[in-house]
Design a protein around this ligand. Structure first.
Ligand code: NAD
Length: 510
């Protein structure tokens, strides 16, 4: 351990409740909750056993929308880290890093040392995690531009960095993809020159074959498919069309026009046994897809990467309301000039984003009926405008107005400027790394029970998603720090450590 209380080596928990074998970590864990009945609260303990496979399988990710700003930034960013690329800017020499990734750049408290001081370790030091530079990346795009040229088109990386990475990326040409003009903005049609033709059933077969070829040609054991393509409009939910897994598969066979491209990708991925992550706001996970994932026990996660404005919003709402202030109005303006902004300038795709952004303060309000009435909630308005000149550098302006003590008002105004894709890429990486970890975790309740995989809907990834999918009946948590501690406490559970309590009782008891 270093003098700063940081453990660089993988940690080993010495406890009778934890066994480390060559292949697995088995942890017996006491999960504590309280059952509330009227005003009677009864503490409950449940004994769970977690089994985590230590060996990380060779993993590949297939990006849908690979040639977009996020896809190219992620691919080139990982490559730059792998090659330890340096580049010059007017600020001097720059080095590749993974800032913005909780898996690579964040530590968690693991305990105290002999002087009762806190000790921290990186998440990947507590539980084995995939190293991003070992990840194989490929993908689909409706544009056949090489990833090198698409990186240049994105105008995200500095020129010198682009120049150094270009040769490595020039032979990466995305596979043709499923395109439906009806589901994304009409202004995207000019880049759609790389399309899988045929019926929906034939398109599905092609996607499945692509996944199999990727696996076979590179010896990949575990594939994750991740949608970072343009935001689609919402698909209609209709009985008989997409309400059950069987109806959905039948509708694909019948070439039903209301099956979105993203839904076809999700179905292909699930049928191939590959985790599917949705990084955009549309309702890819219609009931039929969720049922299919449960039937095949394949993990899914979504929706919509949580990057700048929403992250701040969930933190500020948590801070204001949990300080006892009555947040009364939240107004958010964004303008951006990248292709995502162009696509969102169409009302039908904007609507998907608006829905995704608007639910993020609900749980904090629901938890506090002392200051909000049963159906009361703050005014919440979201505006997004396309301004080509600012490119990927998104501007977000937010105003938070709260009622304070004895009739006072408090207004906070924020202005945030940031390269959108440089925020999104590390979040995409975390989604991949944590989803991969979840594929190696199994749980059982009693000793005689067989181990089973985690629930297919990965709510544990909520920290990274604006509008988290959760298992049916499970509450949606938006509060950012609760989401973060649900990840680190889960990792602690995998190695038999109790959840972080922040009580510091060792310093409070004389
Ligand atoms: P982008 O427009 O630069 O990239 C999207 C890519 O998807 C394009 O290359 C486009 O050709 C391709 N595409 C469109 N339809 C496709 C299809 N059916 N199949 C395959 N490829 C298709 O956008 P971006 O900035 O990379 O963002 C990607 C997505 O991530 C958007 O939906 C956006 O709303 C979402 N998102 C981004 C952020 C962020 O901060 N960057 C945050 C949250 C969500």
């Amino acid at each position: 351990m270093s003098e700063t209380g940081f453990v660089g080596e993988p940690i080993v928990v010495a406890s009778p409740n934890v066994e480390y074998s060559k292949n697995e970590i088995i942890s017996r864990y006491e999960y504590r909750e309280s059952r509330v009945n009227g005003n009677i609260v009864t503490p409950l303990n449940e004994n769970l056993t977690f089994k985590t496979q230590r060996k990380i399988p060779k993993t590949g990710v297939l990006l849908v929308g690979w040639g977009g700003n996020n896809g190219t930034t992620l691919t080139a960013g990982i490559l730059a880290n792998k090659l330890k690329t340096t580049w010059m800017t007017k600020e001097g020499e720059q080095h590749a890093n993974f800032l913005g990734s909780i898996c690579r750049s964040v530590t968690m408290r693991i305990g105290i040392d002999n002087n009762l001081q806190p000790v921290y370790a990186p998440l990947f030091g507590v539980i084995p995690m995939l190293n991003p530079t070992d990840l194989d990346i490929w993908g689909w795009d409706i544009s056949n531009m090489s990833i090198a040229n698409a990186m240049v088109r994105a105008r995200v990386f500095d020129y010198d960095l682009q120049r150094k990475l270009y040769p490595e990326l020039k032979d990466m040409i995305p596979w043709p993809s499923v395109y439906s003009e009806d589901f994304i903005a009409a202004n995207q049609s000019e880049r759609a020159n790389n399309i899988i033709h045929g019926t929906k059933q034939e398109q599905l077969q092609t996607l499945r074959q692509n996944i199999r070829d990727f696996k076979q040609s590179r010896g990949i054991e575990n594939v994750i498919v991740l949608w970072t393509a343009n935001t689609e409009r919402y698909a209609e939910l209709r009985e008989g069309l997409n309400d059950t897994a069987d109806n959905l598969l039948r509708s694909i066979e019948a070439d039903a026009s209301e099956i979105a491209p993203s839904t076809l990708f999700a179905v292909a991925s699930i049928l191939e046994g590959c985790t599917y992550i949705n990084g955009s706001p549309q309702n890819t996970f219609i009931p039929g897809v969720i049922e299919l994932s449960e039937r095949h026990q394949v993990l899914i996660a979504g929706d919509d990467f949580k990057t700048g404005q929403t992250k701040i919003k969930t933190v500020l709402c948590d801070f204001l309301i949990n300080s006892g202030l009555k947040l009364a109005s939240v107004v958010s303006y964004n303008h951006l000039g990248n292709n995502d902004g162009k696509n969102l300038s169409a009302p039908k795709t904007f609507r998907s984003k608006e829905i995704s952004k608007s639910g993020v303060i609900d749980d904090v309000i629901r938890a506090n009926r002392l200051i909000y009435g049963e159906n009361e909630h703050p005014d919440h308005c979201v505006v997004i405008k396309y301004v080509p000149y600012v490119g990927d550098s998104k501007r977000a302006m937010d105003e938070y107005t709260s009622e304070i003590f004895m009739g006072g008002r408090n207004t906070i105004v924020l202005h945030n400027t940031c390269e959108d894709s440089l925020l999104a890429a590390p979040i995409i990486l975390d989604l991949i790394l944590l989803a991969e970890l979840c594929t190696r975790v199994q749980i059982k309740r009693t000793q005689d029970e067989e181990f089973s995989r985690m629930h297919p809907v990965l709510s544990i990834l909520s920290f990274l998603l604006k509008s988290p999918q959760v298992p049916s009946g499970s509450p949606i948590v938006h509060s950012l720090f609760n989401q973060r501690y649900s990840i680190t406490n889960f990792i602690r559970a995998l190695v038999g450590l109790p959840p972080e309590t922040f009580m510091l009782l060792e310093h409070k008891i004389p």
